[in-house]
Write a protein that binds this ligand. Structure first.
Ligand code: CO
Length: 603
C-alpha cells in the first residue's frame, strides 16, 4: 500500500496560482480533505509565508492554526528551507529554533526539510529541533542532474539523513526533471542499503514523464508519493491525486482512498480554480519536456525572461540559456532551487549583459565564500579569484555558515516591541524573516490586492487579459466587446510591477524622474539631469538604489563603489568608470533607476 501527500494547499497553488489561494478558500473543504486519509496535507512553507503578508493581508500563523483546527486527523506538513526557513538567506540558530517551536505549537506536525546544496550541516539544527519539539522530521535530498550527482551520492545522503534522526526521507525533484530510471535506482539503492524509514518522492508534472516515474518508484519500493487534487495538478504542479488513486486500484499499491470523496473535493476545487482565472497561464499547465534537455527548472526560466525584459535585454534570452550551464559548473554544480537558482540565474544574466564575472552581485560573493554551505564540487581557484579577488583565501569559510551568525531573536524582539507592533511572539519571527514587509503588514498598510468578492476578476481586467493572451499568444491585443477605449497619457502608465521569482513575488517600482528632494546638503540629490551630462556615472541596471556611497565633494577613483543597487532581488555594486570629484548627485536611496540613468556627475 502506498500513501499520498496532498499538495493542494501549498505546492500546487504556489506552482499554478502564484500562491494566492486564501485561507477562506481552504476552510470549506478542510473537513473532507481530513477524511481521505492522506499521509500528510502540505499547507505551509515556501511562498505561503511571504505572499499572505504582502498581498492577502493574512497572517500566515493564523492560517496554520485555523487549518489544524479544521483538519485535526491528518498530519499537517510544511516545507522548510533548512537555515533559510521560508526566506532566501541563512538565519542564526536561535531564529530557526524559535520558528520550528512556534510552527509546531500552531499546528505543523511534519517538517519537510531541504537544503539547496544538500549540505547536511545546514539541516542538523532544524532536524534536531523538530525532534525536540515532538514533530516529524522528513529529510530531503534536492534532486539535480550533473556529472557528480550519482545515484550513490543521493543514496548516501538519504542514509545520512536517517542517521541524523529523520523519521522519513524524501527525494525532492523540485524541477520535475527526474528520469524514471534514476528515480528507480535511487529508491532501490536506499532500500537495498538497509534504509528503514519511509521514503517519499516529490516531483512535478512538467516533463510529462511523471506517470512512468511514479510506476518505477513503486517498483523500487517507494512508500509515499505526492499528488495534487486534479484542478490544481499537472504542468508545473504535481500529478493528479485522483488519477494516482485510480491507477493503483486493485494493485498491491492500492491507496484505499475513497474516490467518491475525492470527486467531491475535485468539484470544490474546480470553483477555486475558476476564482483565480486571472493567474492561469498556458505555459504552467502544458507539459514542457525541454526541461529534460536543458535541465533548467521552469520557475527559473520564467524569471530569466522577466529579469531580462526588465533590463531591456529580452533578445539575449538564448545567450543566457547557454550561459546557465557554465555558471552552474563554475559554481560547483548546485541543484537549482531557491536560493541557488537565483544566484546562478542572475550571474548568468550579468555575464551575458556585462561580460563574464565583470559584474558580481553580493549574493554570488556570499555563495562563493561558502555562506550558503558547501558546494557539491569544489570551486576552482580561478573562479574564487574572479569573484572574490586576489585575497580570496582570507574570505572563504569552510565551517557551517550559521556558525558565522550572531543570535538575532532578542534584538528583533526588542525592535518590534519598541515599535509597538508586537501582539504575539510569532510576530517576532515574521519580522525577523521579512523585516520591511512585516512592519507594513503589522501597521495595516498592506491591504489585500483584491477583496475576495472581486474575484474572479472581470474579463476586461488587465490581469484577465494577460491570461487570455497566454492561451492565445498570436493575438496582438485583447479587446473585449463593448469596452470603452482607455485614456492614454501618463496616468495610464503603470508604475508598480509585480514579478515572480520561483513563484515568490517581489515588487518593482518605476518612479518618474525629476521632482525629488531639493539639495540641502552634500548627500541630498539634485534634480534629475536633462540631456547629456558630462562625466555622468550611469546605472547599468534597472533596480532600486540601496545606498549612495559618494556625496558631492567626495573624491572618486576608477573602480570605486559609488552606490549599491537592488536589482533582480540582489544587491549589486555600481562602480565608477571615471576618476575625479563628485560635482552633482542625481539619486537618493530608495529611488528606482533604469539602465542608462545618470546617478552622479564626476569631473
Ligand atoms: Co515542489
Amino acid at each position: 500500500m502506498v500513501k499520498l501527500i496532498e499538495l493542494a494547499f501549498r505546492d500546487a497553488h504556489q506552482s499554478l496560482l502564484a500562491t494566492r489561494m486564501r485561507t477562506e478558500d481552504m476552510l470549506p473543504i478542510a473537513a473532507k480533505m481530513d477524511q481521505v486519509g492522506f499521509w500528510a496535507l502540505e499547507t505551509w512553507g515556501g511562498a505561503t509565508f511571504d505572499v499572505p503578508i504582502r498581498y492577502l493581508n493574512e497572517d500566515p500563523w493564523d492560517r496554520i492554526k485555523t487549518l489544524k483546527a479544521a483538519m485535526p486527523n491528518t498530519p499537517m506538513q510544511m516545507l522548510e528551507r533548512a537555515m533559510s526557513i521560508v526566506a532566501y538567506w541563512n538565519f542564526p540558530d536561535d531564529i530557526v529554533k524559535k520558528f520550528i517551536f512556534y510552527a509546531k505549537k500552531n499546528g505543523v506536525d511534519n517538517f519537510r526539510i531541504f537544503d539547496a546544496l544538500n549540505d547536511l550541516r545546514n539541516m542538523k539544527v532544524p532536524i534536531d529541533t523538530v525532534n525536540e519539539v515532538g514533530g516529524h522530521a522528513q529529510g530531503c535530498v534536492s534532486y539535480t542532474i550533473s556529472p557528480v550527482h550519482t545515484t550513490d551520492i543521493f543514496v548516501n545522503d538519504l542514509l545520512a539523513l536517517e542517521k541524523m534522526g529523520c523519521q522519513s526521507v524524501c527525494v525532492k525533484d523540485m524541477a520535475g526533471m527526474i528520469f524514471p530510471k534514476h528515480a528507480y535506482e535511487i529508491i532501490k539503492g536506499y532500500k537495498d542499503a538497509g534504509g528503514k524509514v519511509p521514503l517519499s518522492l516529490h516531483t512535478h508534472s512538467i516533463s510529462g514523464m511523471e506517470g512512468i516515474t511514479y510506476q518505477r518508484a513503486l517498483d523500487a519500493g517507494v512508500d509515499i508519493l505526492d499528488g495534487a487534487i486534479s484542478p490544481l495538478s499537472g504542468g508545473t504542479a504535481a500529478p493528479p491525486t485522483e488519477s494516482i488513486v485510480q491507477a493503483l486500484k486493485g494493485t498491491p499499491h492500492d491507496t484505499g482512498y475513497d474516490i467518491k470523496l475525492l470527486m467531491e473535493i475535485r468539484k470544490y476545487f474546480m470553483d477555486v480554480w475558476k476564482k483565480y482565472r486571472h493567474l492561469h497561464r498556458m505555459e504552467a499547465i502544458r507539459p514542457d519536456p525541454s526541461v529534460t534537455v536543458h535541465q533548467i527548472p521552469g520557475g527559473m526560466l520564467s524569471n530569466l525572461v522577466s529579469q531580462l525584459e526588465l533590463q531591456g535585454a529580452g533578445h539575449k534570452y538564448q545567450e543566457v540559456l547557454d550561459e546557465v550551464p557554465h555558471v552552474k559548473e563554475e559554481l560547483g554544480h548546485p541543484p537549482l532551487v531557491t536560493p541557488t537558482s537565483q544566484v546562478v540565474g542572475v550571474q548568468a544574466v550579468m555575464n551575458v549583459l556585462f561580460g563574464r564575472y565583470k559584474n558580481i552581485p553580493q549574493e554570488t560573493k556570499d555563495y562563493v565564500k561558502g555562506m550558503y554551505g558547501r558546494t557539491p564540487v569544489p570551486i576552482k581557484p580561478e573562479i574564487y579569484e574572479k569573484v572574490l579577488g586576489p585575497k580570496w583565501k582570507d574570505e572563504v569559510i569552510d565551517c557551517r555558515p550559521a556558525d558565522m551568525l550572531k543570535p538575532l531573536w532578542d534584538q528583533r524582539r526588542k525592535e518590534l516591541s519598541e515599535m509597538g507592533l508586537m501582539k504575539k511572539e510569532e510576530d517576532v519571527i515574521t519580522y525577523a524573516l521579512y523585516p520591511k514587509v512585516a512592519v507594513k503588514f503589522f501597521k495595516g498598510e498592506s491591504p489585500p490586492e483584491f477583496m475576495s468578492p472581486q474575484l474572479p476578476l472581470p474579463i476586461d481586467h488587465e490581469y484577465t487579459k494577460a491570461m487570455v493572451k497566454s492561451f492565445l499568444p498570436e493575438l496582438k491585443q485583447v479587446f473585449i466587446y463593448g469596452e470603452e477605449p482607455r485614456a492614454s497619457g501618463p496616468a495610464a502608465i503603470p508604475t508598480e510591477f509585480k514579478v515572480e521569482v520561483d513563484g515568490e513575488p517581489f515588487e518593482v517600482k518605476v518612479e518618474p524622474v525629476g521632482g525629488y528632494m531639493t539639495a540641502t546638503g552634500a548627500c541630498a540629490p539634485g534634480a534629475a539631469p536633462k540631456g547629456d551630462v558630462e562625466g555622468a556615472v550611469r546605472s547599468q541596471m534597472q533596480g532600486t538604489i540601496l545606498k549612495v556611497k559618494k556625496c558631492v565633494g567626495d573624491k572618486v577613483a576608477v573602480g570605486d563603489v559609488i552606490a549599491t543597487i537592488e536589482a533582480m532581488k540582489m544587491e549589486q555594486e555600481i562602480k565608477s568608470e571615471k576618476a575625479g570629484e563628485v560635482k552633482q548627485l542625481f539619486v537618493k536611496e530608495g529611488q528606482a533607476v533604469k539602465p542608462g540613468d545618470a546617478l552622479m556627475q564626476v569631473l
